[in-house]
Design a protein around this ligand. Structure first.
Ligand SMILES: [Zn+2]
Length: 402
């Protein structure tokens, strides 16, 4: 079992390397998932969707004979532009700018947190939508965003891209706060921005693997299979997918009525959340059939215990969980957190358990690992994934299948 875990980790993070939605690696990852499910006798439904692949290509900004370090925002169009540099540090300033065709530097209050993609339905603050809609009205030639650190919302990435949205058409680049401060001294001057970013239309697949006949009683166990651009995505979230693969083997002879769904969501770290949208649509009006969602994200970190965070479990189910956790070493009950796919189920009134690593729950505001190259297989402890799988198996047997 442990050996399989090592094989799966190597496959997802080293042979395939990158798994953002729309990429070749993403399609290899979903194909691999399907292969393993076939091997263990699971029925797999695969839903294709249109996705965007994206190539970075780098960017250059020159103003007043100086060069500034900028990076293309993920999924942005490229551009080649010569124009005046102007800036906005607040919504009020943004409203007043005459930005048409210009290089618009955003900083300060406007760049505190990553803007939610314009068509993202799960969480989208009014203020984000307002900023996006003003930008679209003002039609700057390109947008430069200077951002500081915000681990809670951008993972460990610094500087983080303020805009990460394939549905937004104005080219943009991002830069550090320090570089932004230097640029603020150049306001009014003519600058040139060249970004070599490129968009491509490709395909992605959202899979659901099933066993059991009674779809009116379903246990849904999920983990997102996609990762951000430029990370091996080991903890976020190859380890979650590995738990699904290990569980598929444990349950290979399962023949009960209660339906078990293993769901590698394709889109948790993608601006369009395509897999989540597909699943919502396919299950519209049917969420009351789901007994529980168990979502794994951030599990298997080499430091500290694993954490099972329960949400709205009934008394008996909670008792089953307590008994299983007491019987296992190295797994604690975790506190509530909402930045994962279990939240989709909670919003539909379905009870859930979110499985992660205690270390990440405690360091959610300061960690600098997820969404970066540091999220590497070296920080994974495969024994923990085996234990999580064992606990998960014991729990569903005890709570739902006996
Ligand atoms: Zn994740």
């Amino acid at each position: 079992m442990n050996r399989n875990c090592v094989v799966y980790l190597k496959k997802l993070c080293q042979d395939i390397q990158q798994r953002p939605v729309g990429s070749e690696g993403n399609r290899r990852a979903t194909a691999f998932f399907q292969e393993v499910m076939d091997e263990f006798g699971w029925e797999v439904v695969s839903t294709p969707f249109q996705a965007m692949d994206w190539q970075d290509g780098g960017a250059e900004l020159r103003i007043g004979g100086k060069e500034f370090q900028v990076f293309p925002s993920p999924y942005s169009e490229g551009c080649s532009l010569e124009s005046n540099l102007i800036s906005a540090g607040s919504l009020g300033e943004l409203e007043k700018t005459n930005a048409a065709g210009k290089l618009l530097l955003l900083h300060g209050e406007l760049t505190k947190e990553q803007l939610m993609p314009k068509n993202f339905v799960f969480y989208n603050p009014e203020e984000h939508q307002q900023i996006i809609s003003i930008l679209e009205k003002k039609e700057p030639g390109a947008i430069l965003t200077a951002t500081s650190r915000n681990a809670a919302l951008a993972g460990g990435v610094y500087p983080f891209p303020l805009i990460e949205d394939g549905d937004f058409q104005i080219p943009s680049v991002f830069l550090t706060e320090e570089e932004g401060n230097k640029l603020l001294l150049m306001i009014g001057q003519i600058g040139t921005l060249k970004s070599n970013a490129k968009r491509f239309q490709t395909a992605g697949y959202n899979l659901v693997a099933r066993k059991g006949q009674d779809h009116k009683r379903r246990i849904v166990i999920s983990a997102h299979i996609d990762a951000k651009i430029n990370t091996p995505g080991a903890i976020d979230n190859a380890t979650g997918v590995i738990v699904l693969l290990l569980l598929a083997e444990k349950l290979k002879d399962y023949q009960g009525d209660t339906m078990i769904e293993l769901l590698p969501f394709n889109g948790e770290d993608y601006y369009a959340a395509s897999g989540q949208m597909i699943y919502l649509e396919q299950n519209q009006g049917r969420f009351e059939e789901i007994l529980i969602n168990i979502n794994i994200d951030g599990a298997g970190f080499h430091e500290g215990p694993s954490a099972f965070s329960p949400f709205n479990l009934g008394e008996r189910t909670q008792q089953c969980l307590d008994e299983v956790l007491t019987s296992m070493e190295g797994i604690d009950e975790g506190g509530p957190w909402y930045q994962g796919d279990h939240n989709i189920f909670l919003q539909q009134g379905v009870p859930a358990i979110a499985i992660s690593s205690q270390w990440f729950l405690e360091n959610i505001d300061s960690q600098e690992i997820t969404h970066t190259p540091k999220d590497h297989p070296d920080i994974v402890n495969c024994d923990k994934l085996v234990d999580i799988t064992e606990a998960l198996h014991r729990f569903i047997l005890k709570a739902y299948l006996s």
